[in-house]
Design a protein around this ligand. Structure first.
Ligand code: BG6
Length: 300
C-alpha cells in the first residue's frame, strides 16, 4: 500500500517523530515517538496497538495470537467499533470500520511535543446500507492517548443512526487483583445472563469470572486500579453514554482462535461509546465526536 504523505506528515517524519514501517502481517504501521511516550498505529482499522509511557509498562494489551490480516480484526489495542456494535444479522460483529484500511490524512507534530494522526474511513461498499456519512479519527499522543472519532451525516434529508465504541484492551498485572471504579449505581445489561438488566452495586468491581456488561446512560470517568503493576489507569470520555466491561475468562478464551488460553489473566476491556439504547441519531448535516482520553499514573 502506498501512503500519500502530506507536507505536515513529511515534516513530522523528518523531525524523527514518525516512522512508517511494515508491521505484523506486513500491514502498514506508523510508529510515533514523543518526549513522554511511544505509540504504534495500523492503517488497518486505524487501530492503535501500542501506547507506552517512558517509565511504565505498555498501557494496552495486544494478544500474542492476534491475526494481522486484511478483512480480520486485530485482537488488542483499541479497535474502532463503528457503525454498529455487537452482532448484526447477516453482517459481521462490531461493524466494518475495524477490518478496513483507513486513509492517512495527516500527521502533525505540535510545538508542545504532541503528535496527532488523522485518519478517514474511505467509502466502502458496506457503507451504502446507511445514509452518506464521513468518519474521521484523530489520535493524539503525548503524556496521554486521546482518541476522537468524528462522525458526520452528509445526507440532505435522512437521519443517520449508528453505534460507536472505542473497544480498549488494557494490560493489567493480574485481572483478579484489579478494581474498577466509577460505575456504582449504573444499570447494565449482563450479556453472560441473557442480557438481564442489573444495577452495579460496587465501586470496586472485581473480576472473578466471565464479565460482559454493557453499562447504560453513564458518562463518567472510569478508573482501573492495578496493584500488581502499581498503576492507576483513567478512562475519561466525552459524548459517550455507554461503557462496556469485558473479560472472556477461561472457556471463552479457549474458544477464541486469536487469543491465548491464559491471556484473559493479563487484560481487561473498558470500552467507551454509544451502544444499544444509547445509539446516536444525527440529523442531516449533523456531526458528533466521541472522545476518549486514556491516562495513567504509577502508585508509590
Ligand atoms: C465486547 C462484547 O465488546 O467485545 C463481547 O461485549 C464480545 O460480547 C467482545 O465477545 C469481543 O468481540 P470480538 O468480535 O472482537 O470477538
Amino acid at each position: 500500500m502506498t501512503i500519500n504523505k502530506s507536507a505536515e506528515t513529511a515534516q513530522a517524519e523528518a523531525l524523527g517523530h514518525v516512522t512508517f514501517l511494515d508491521g505484523q502481517g506486513e500491514l502498514p504501521m506508523i510508529e510515533i515517538s514523543t518526549p513522554w511516550s511511544t505509540a504504534e498505529i495500523y492503517l488497518h482499522g486505524a487501530q492503535v496497538t501500542r501506547f507506552k509511557k517512558n517509565e511504565e509498562p505498555p498501557l494496552l494489551f495486544l494478544s500474542q495470537c492476534s491475526r494481522f490480516l486484511e478483512g480480520q480484526p486485530i485482537r488488542g489495542g483499541v479497535p474502532v467499533i463503528f457503525p454498529w456494535f455487537g452482532p448484526r444479522e447477516g453482517l459481521g460483529q462490531h461493524g466494518f470500520a475495524r477490518i478496513k484500511d483507513w486513509d492517512l490524512k495527516a500527521i502533525v507534530a505540535a510545538p508542545d511535543g504532541s503528535v496527532s494522526v488523522r485518519f478517514r474511513l474511505p467509502d466502502y461498499s458496506e457503507a451504502s446500507a446507511f445514509p452518506p456519512f464521513t468518519a474521521e479519527y484523530l489520535v493524539t499522543v503525548n503524556q496521554a492517548l486521546t482518541l476522537q472519532l468524528i462522525t458526520t451525516n452528509q445526507s440532505q434529508d435522512a437521519e443517520f443512526t449508528f453505534e460507536n465504541c472505542l473497544h480498549t484492551y488494557f494490560d493489567v498485572g493480574d485481572v483478579t487483583a484489579i478494581a474498577i471504579s466509577g460505575l456504582k449505581g449504573v444499570s447494565y445489561l449482563d450479556k453472560t445472563a441473557s442480557y438481564l438488566e442489573k444495577t452495579e452495586t460496587s465501586n470496586a468491581i472485581r473480576i472473578a469470572s466471565e464479565v460482559d456488561h454493557t453499562y447504560q446512560n453513564t458518562t463518567g470517568t472510569v478508573e482501573i486500579l492495578d496493584p500488581r503493576l502499581g498503576r492507576k489507569i483513567r478512562v475519561e470520555k466525552q459524548n459517550s453514554a455507554s461503557t462496556v466491561v469485558w473479560n472472556p475468562w477461561i472457556a471463552k478464551s479457549r474458544q477464541m482462535s486469536d487469543f491465548g488460553d491464559e491471556e484473559y489473566e493479563r487484560m481487561i476491556c473498558v470500552e467507551s461509546g454509544n451502544v444499544g439504547c444509547n445509539s446516536i441519531s444525527l440529523p442531516p448535516g449533523g456531526s458528533s465526536t466521541l472522545m476518549v482520553k486514556l491516562s495513567s499514573e504509577t502508585m508509590k
